[in-house]
Design a protein around this ligand. Structure first.
Ligand SMILES: [Mg+2]
Length: 271
């Protein structure tokens, strides 16, 4: 079967490791898109694996497991790799024992504490400023972040560069937009850890033992999901249920291997 542009996508049937974005790809907020469950079950029934690689650092892996289980999706901790987990690995490798000021949700802060990262949310001497996607953001948190960035020489990192997060009425500012707000005030810009870095794919690939030609990345954003697949050298599938539009795919430099209207159409292609 062909994709939206008439490209033959039958090779997708042979993929063994499917790496799915979540928001805007399989669902948004509390809604699971039609076809998601069918596609995931088809993958499992045909000897494949699915892992959700998400840039959304506002929820912990435990939160995500609960969320997708409630949707009827069979998954445990091993079915997830989040930008929060990637950030924790980055901190442990590059700045072990660092004192980290974190602007993020309670769930993200808990995840850092569970991994023995030394964190604070107060203005005090630190080594790292870490910003995550935060739906509990307050002006006092932003003020603290700006004060540290303006008065201390610190490493500045953020979980993900996404501009907007899809919600039921449209979009709200994601981590990239929050960082842009801070940049307008302080002039400081972070290093981003999550997608489009190839590490988001490489870590899962190596952990589960698959070859690049057995893997595909499915997502709704060109500059994160599709770019991370391209950077890792795997096939990419863009769905049009989230941020990317046909126009953006035609006009831009980031070209997915395949494009479908939704996950339902990927499922129909695999039958
Ligand atoms: Mg998305």
């Amino acid at each position: 079967m062909n994709d939206c542009f008439g490209v033959d996508a039958t090779e997708l049937k042979k993929k063994k490791l499917w790496l799915f974005d979540m928001d805007g790809t399989i669902g948004e907020e509390e809604i699971l898109y039609s076809g998601s469950l069918k596609l995931l079950n088809w993958i499992a029934d045909n000897g494949g694996r699915y892992v959700f690689i998400t840039n959304n650092s506002s929820k912990s892996v435990e939160d995500y497991v609960l969320k997708v289980n409630n949707w009827g999706i069979k998954a445990d901790r091993n079915n997830f790799f989040t930008s929060a987990q990637a950030t924790i690995l980055w901190l442990k490798k590059n700045m072990p024992n660092a004192k980290v000021y974190c602007q993020g949700t309670r769930s993200f802060l808990n995840e850092l504490v569970m991994e023995n990262i030394d964190i604070t949310t107060e203005v005090e001497p630190v080594d790292v400023v870490l910003v995550g996607f935060d739906m509990e953001l307050t002006t006092s948190k932003v003020r603290n972040t700006c004060e540290i960035l303006s008065t201390q020489d610190v490493m500045y990192i953020a979980t993900n560069p996404d501009w907007a997060c899809p919600v039921k009425f449209g979009f709200i500012p994601d981590c990239g937009a929050i960082c842009e707000m801070i940049k307008r005030a302080t002039g400081k810009w972070p290093i981003f850890i999550g997608k489009p870095e190839a590490t988001m794919v490489d870590i899962v690939k190596d952990k589960l033992g698959y070859e690049v030609n057995e893997i595909c990345v499915v997502g709704d954003r060109l500059y994160t999901d599709i770019a991370t697949g391209m950077n890792a050298g795997v096939s990419t599938v863009c769905v049009l249920t989230g941020e990317a539009s046909i126009h953006e795919i035609l006009e831009g430099n980031i070209k997915p291997t395949y494009t479908f209207a939704s996950v339902m159409d990927i499922y129909n292609c695999c039958l």
